[in-house]
Design a protein around this ligand. Structure first.
Ligand code: FE2
Length: 343
């Protein structure tokens, strides 16, 4: 037996586990990326099952939020709340974040410098307005419902510095894409108003739903992504976040919408729906409290303990981040900033 074969045997349990969880890499997982299996409908089957279970969990969690919000989320793929906090609470939050001094991670995409702070329990201890936001029952219930997992998300502060004086890199955020093959949500509370100057979030309303056209598109994309070697476009498909062209969007009957919103707007979006970061015309900033709630799409159940499960996820994700930090800092892909966010 040669060493490659032994390595495959060793990795098989990991690959199988990824197959029945959130694994999406067509490059790193030869089962997910198998041309033959995808020809037989593996990818499409994962998409359909994940969506069916998502809808089932949403149905059970219906009592968490008002019917109007549920309808909007199911129909368009996002919920948008202007003036989310009282102006007094919002001012306090903005002041707290602008005066945050402990630094964090930063990296470059395109010409944008992204500064991000992962809000662990220890960080939140120092941030009373962030604690109040996280304890806000409207936000809590909305995120627990939209994630379909009844769990609190992971919280970050994200500060985008558009047209920063950096060496440009490829920018995956500007391409219209779906984050992954299953429904999952991200949330943003905007500290700055967004417009064409600082790059609005662009979403394609309704593109989170499974239509026959979308399923055919998913099937075609899965075969493209399963190609090996020179046949595959190295930029586009390896990670399982499929990019979509304008022509494909038109064929599916979709129209992107740039969400120009005032400060103090909350947006919660299903990022299986197509989206991208809109262009920023000028050197500018865009700060948000950013929330992410990705979970195993094939687990039909949700937690009954939203807080303690969130604490467990936060602990686990901290460990993963620490590991990723080492590699990214060493390669120069990421660095640490000290002091305040750049504004
Ligand atoms: Fe995305």
């Amino acid at each position: 037996m040669n060493s490659r074969f032994l390595k495959k045997i060793y990795l098989l349990p990991k690959w199988l586990l990824e197959l029945v969880s959130w694994g999406k890499s067509f490059k790193n997982n030869p089962i997910i990326g198998s041309f033959w299996l995808n020809r037989c409908g593996l990818h499409v089957a994962r998409v359909v099952i994940a969506h069916g279970l998502f809808r089932f969990r949403l149905f059970l969690l219906s009592p968490l939020i008002p019917a109007e919000d549920r309808r909007h989320f199911r129909k368009y793929g996002f919920v948008l709340k202007r003036n989310f906090l009282s102006s007094d609470d919002f001012e306090k939050l903005a002041h707290e974040l602008q005066n945050y001094e402990d630094g964090g991670r930063e990296f470059v995409e395109g010409t944008t410098l992204t500064q991000r702070v992962f809000l662990t329990g220890a960080e939140r201890e120092k941030m009373p307005s962030i604690r109040a936001l996280i304890e806000n029952p409207k936000l809590d219930r909305l995120m627990r419902y939209c994630s379909s997992k009844n769990r609190r998300p992971l919280y970050y502060v994200e500060n985008l510095c558009n047209h920063a004086n950096v060496v440009p890199r490829p920018d995956p955020q500007r391409d219209m894409h779906a984050d992954t093959f299953h429904p999952c949500v991200k949330g943003w509370l905007y500290l700055d108003a967004t417009d064409d100057l600082n790059g609005p979030f662009v979403y394609v309303p309704g593109s989170h739903r499974l239509s026959w056209r979308r399923l055919k598109w998913e099937y075609r994309q899965s075969l493209e992504a399963s190609k090996r070697g020179e046949a595959r476009d190295p930029q586009r498909y390896w990670d399982g976040s499929f990019r979509v062209t304008t022509a494909d969007l038109e064929e599916m009957g979709f129209e992107p919408k740039a969400l120009h919103v005032p400060a103090n707007t909350l947006l919660v979006a299903n990022v299986y729906g197509f989206h991208r970061r809109g262009e920023a015309r000028e050197q500018s900033h865009r700060m948000t409290v950013w929330m992410q709630a990705r979970d195993n799409p094939f687990n039909p159940l949700f937690t009954l303990w939203p807080r303690s499960t969130a604490t467990m996820f936060e602990w686990g994700w901290s460990k993963v981040l620490q590991k990723l930090d080492k590699a990214k800092l060493a390669s120069g892909e990421q660095r640490s900033f000290v002091g305040k966010f750049t504004r």
